[in-house]
Design a binder for this molecule. Structure first.
Ligand SMILES: O=C(O)CCC(=O)C(=O)O
Ligand SMILES: [Fe+2]
Length: 302
């Protein structure tokens, strides 16, 4: 690794916000061309002495952490994990995921990341979210700091995948690949997202607002295609929503304050997702609490 990658990454001329909003082809080219340089820069940044908070399992809600740890030791105890999730709409579950009193560690870490001044690619999904960043190593312009990646991979492999398999048995076989991004909703900037489905088998949406960091509006509306039921759910600090990517949803306008979330996806090789309403074979609990050996296939939906 060249020692001056950090300085070089910082001085690269960046695409303008306008070019990003217009999704100019030169923007895609910029991220692809600089992927290795930025990756090296993040390594260099990570290795520097700093007051950066440590990201570890102490961030998780203690009840969830204990139940997940027990289930890894003895999958027969996985029911304790399931019981922490409340089905708020068919196929949409809610739980306390992070410990609100520990969330400032993650938020401070992400503020450090933003201050690193290494170009970060905002998520380019249905619309560009200017305050967000890509999280997975398959995405050019992602947060490649090894200390962040260790936390992210642990979150995906130890928490998200088995929880997804537990709540949505049809996920099995369609969960080898990981994808993630952060988003920020602000009253005067990116405020909402029109109704859509995600190209994931399962989506885990985690709120990072700190206690007292209040906002108005910004609920997520879900539509149950079967019953035509609509439910608007709102996030509290550290809470999670998990749902099949195929459940249509919409972010309602934020009218005051800010909301910070990270959105995590699982899907199969080459983006495969289970068929909606497909059959679900029962599998033994111990097959859920495993990490598939499949390597990152590099496929990214955006
Ligand atoms: O507003 C939210 O938290 C949901 C965002 C969302 O659905 C998406 O980015 O796909
Ligand atoms: Fe979505």
């Amino acid at each position: 690794m060249a020692q001056n990658s950090l300085a070089r990454a910082r001085s690269v001329q960046r695409p303008t916000r306008q070019e990003m909003l217009q999704r100019a082809p030169s923007v895609q080219h910029f991220w692809e061309q600089n992927k290795d340089l930025f990756q090296d820069a993040w390594k260099e940044w990570d290795g520097r002495d700093s007051q950066r908070p440590i990201l570890d399992r102490s961030l998780y809600d203690p009840k969830l952490r204990d139940a997940v740890e027990q289930a890894w030791k003895d999958p027969g105890k996985e029911i304790a994990v399931k019981e922490l999730w409340k089905e708020v709409l068919p196929n949409v579950y809610e739980a306390q995921f992070f410990d609100p009193d520990r969330l400032s560690a993650l938020r401070d870490y992400l503020a450090n990341v933003a201050d690193a001044d290494i170009p970060l690619r905002p998520p380019y999904g249905i619309s560009l979210n200017r305050g967000g960043a890509m999280l997975d190593s398959r995405s050019a312009g992602y947060i490649a700091a090894p200390s962040f990646q260790a936390f992210y991979r642990d979150l995906m492999n130890v928490y998200m995948r088995p929880i997804s398999r537990l709540l949505f048995p049809d996920t099995i076989g369609y969960d080898t690949q990981t994808f993630g991004f952060s988003i920020q909703w602000q009253a005067d900037a990116d405020t909402s997202l029109r109704a859509h489905t995600d190209a994931s088998s399962v989506t885990l949406n985690l709120n990072l607002n700190l206690p007292g960091e209040d906002f108005s509006g910004s609920g997520v509306r879900f539509f149950d295609p079967k019953t035509r039921q609509v439910a608007e759910l709102s996030f509290a600090p550290g809470t999670a929503l998990i749902h099949h990517g195929s459940v249509p949803h919409e972010s309602m306008p934020i009218t005051k304050g800010e909301r910070s979330n990270i959105v995590l996806w699982l899907y199969g090789d080459r983006g495969q997702v289970p068929r909606v309403g497909g059959a679900q074979d029962a599998i033994p609990a111990k097959e859920r609490w495993t990490v598939p050996p499949t390597l990152n296939d590099g496929f990214a939906p955006f």
